[in-house]
Design a protein around this ligand. Structure first.
Ligand code: FVH
Length: 295
């Protein structure tokens, strides 16, 4: 119930951009909030706003049943947790520091071995000033009972999805989301280079491309169906036709001196697939060439 969730005391370890925004959000919603940061001065503004700043991470953990960790990276989490030790006993540890699935699973083991009530791994997408709004996306996984106990409090931070008991699952989702964005955005930057070299209207193109993204969910759905079934229809046209188009795209980039390494890599994959006798299939079929080595 929200009244209970609002009253739950919370501790935030790490008061960088993200940790400060989280602590501020909890304070704004009436949670008794204890904070700790390696550089103590970063707690001053939050203390002025009503948080309790304490000198050690162990003191901070002892103060609340729910402990949120927002540090730079996995190494920082390891160092701070080592200093916390058994003070974590009986507390629920929510780590929203970005990291790998294996780090998340190791953190869960550490928390269990030190008597924590539960471990929840989290990842955040969004800008710290948006904390406490639906524009912040939080993915969590780990102890289901701990998540159920603190779901109300965690949902106050933004739009939450829970990915099950595997503590590594939230990191899998986060890394997949971020990687896909980077792949898309580097393609977009390449295109802006090309458009600038052509003297075209970059902003106008961006508006049109943005509008075309509305068609992507249907395309992605058809691609994932092809990948899951192993039946690769001619999604964007047959590879035979697409490969010829790729030659034009690469030639255009190179004629303008725009870097084309990644596009050449895609073309190589198409050529391999065609050479293997799959030229009638679509782009999705390249999935077959992206397996981890040895698979
Ligand atoms: N800020 C963002 O936009 C992104 C959004 C996506 C997710 N990330 C992840 O959130 C984690 C925290 O990021 P941050 O933006 O808060 O990072 P900083 O502002 O640089 O603050 C880092 C805090 O970590 C403390 N710290 C670093 N190393 C140690 C250590 N060895 N021992 C103890 N604390 C450590 C640092 O303390 P100090 O330098 O102030 O003393 C800050 O409190 C991160 O995983 C992002 O990937 C944010």
């Amino acid at each position: 119930n929200r009244a209970v969730a609002r009253a739950c005391p919370v501790t935030v370890l790490g008061l960088g951009a993200m940790g400060s925004a989280i602590a501020r959000s909890f304070l704004d919603r009436g949670h008794p909030t204890t904070v700790w940061n390696r550089t103590a001065a970063k707690a001053d503004a939050l203390a002025d706003a009503g948080a309790t700043a304490v000198p050690t991470a162990a003191d901070a953990v002892a103060a609340s049943p729910l402990v949120v960790v927002a540090l730079l990276d996995g190494t920082a989490v390891e160092q701070v947790m080592t200093s916390v030790g058994t003070a974590i006993t009986g507390r629920t540890l929510v780590n929203v520091t970005s990291g790998s699935p294996s780090q998340a699973r190791a953190n869960e083991r550490w928390a269990r071995e030190h008597g924590a009530a539960g471990y929840i791994d989290g990842n955040i997408m969004g800008h710290p000033p948006c904390m406490g709004t639906q524009n912040i996306l939080l993915t969590f996984s780990g102890s289901g009972s701990s998540f159920a106990a603190h779901e109300g409090t965690l949902r106050e931070l933004g739009t939450v999805t829970y990915h099950g008991e595997d503590p590594g699952a939230a990191a899998v989702e986060f890394l997949a989301q971020v990687a896909t964005s980077y792949e898309l955005l580097i393609g977009y930057l390449h295109t802006l280079r090309l458009l600038r070299a052509e003297g075209a209207d970059l902003a106008g193109f961006t508006d049109r491309f943005g509008a075309s993204l509305a068609g992507y969910p249907a395309l992605l759905t058809s691609m994932v169906r092809a990948v899951e079934s192993g039946k690769y229809g001619p999604d964007l046209g047959s590879l035979d036709v697409q490969a010829a188009l790729m030659d034009d795209l690469i030639g255009h980039r190179e004629s303008l001196g725009v870097e084309s390494v990644r596009m050449r890599e895609v073309k190589k994959l198409m050529d391999r697939r065609i050479a293997d006798g799959h030229g009638h299939q679509g782009f999705s079929g390249l999935f077959e060439l992206l397996a981890p080595q040895g698979e």
